[in-house]
Design a protein around this ligand. Structure first.
Ligand SMILES: [Fe+2]
Ligand SMILES: [Fe+2]
Length: 194
């Protein structure tokens, strides 16, 4: 398995400086949350560090990878092509870094849009992307606090904020973000599911 130092070295060349710094921040946060919620720290760290592996590709590269990997496109992703970087990232880390662990790949795959019934690891990466130390927005401190006591509630709040932003910007909401949100609400409202 590739080492964390090797991954950092690859990312420092592949990503913009700002995105590299963000990825290191997500890495730190995934380590902290995975320890807290008893998820494999190694998997969480690798997924967090690599989540934006495909974020700084050119339009042509994105188009080529969609074809190459037969990525399932829908109208919303087609209209907002940036949404596809998690799906491409999962394929690229498999092919270029030989990472085959499906839990890691799914956490990378779903970190942007979310999905129904996310695993703990998927929630940790989604949430860490939102609250890593370089993020600055009103309410981030409160959300960081909630993240330390309730993973589902914090992930729901992050989804709510993201969906509100999408609505305010008059952009399209992906159906999987709604399914992710609904499944979290049902889980939180029904303690037997927790
Ligand atoms: Fe991303
Ligand atoms: Fe990110």
């Amino acid at each position: 398995m590739i080492s964390i130092e090797e991954i950092k070295d690859i990312l420092s060349k592949k990503l913009t400086h700002k995105r590299f710094k963000h990825s290191l921040g997500v890495y730190e946060t995934t380590l902290e949350l995975s320890k807290l919620y008893k998820v494999c720290e190694q998997k969480a760290g690798i997924a967090g560090l690599l989540h934006d592996y495909a974020k700084d590709l050119s339009y042509i590269q994105v188009r080529n990878y969609i074809d190459k990997y037969s990525i399932n496109m829908d109208k919303v992703i087609e209209e907002q092509l940036d949404l596809v970087h998690g799906y491409i990232g999962a394929e690229l880390v498999k092919e270029e870094l030989n990472i085959y662990d499906e839990e890691i790949l799914n956490a990378i795959r779903y970190h942007t849009i979310g999905k129904e019934n996310m695993s703990k690891l998927e929630k940790i990466v989604y949430l860490s992307d939102y609250i890593e130390p370089n993020r600055v927005f009103p309410g981030v401190e409160e959300l960081r606090k909630i993240a330390l006591s309730d993973l589902d509630k914090a992930t729901l709040l992050a989804l709510n904020n993201t969906i509100s932003y999408v609505i305010e910007s008059n952009k399209l909401i992906h159906i999987n973000s709604i399914l992710a949100r609904n499944s979290l609400i049902l889980k939180i409202d029904n303690p037997n599911n927790r």
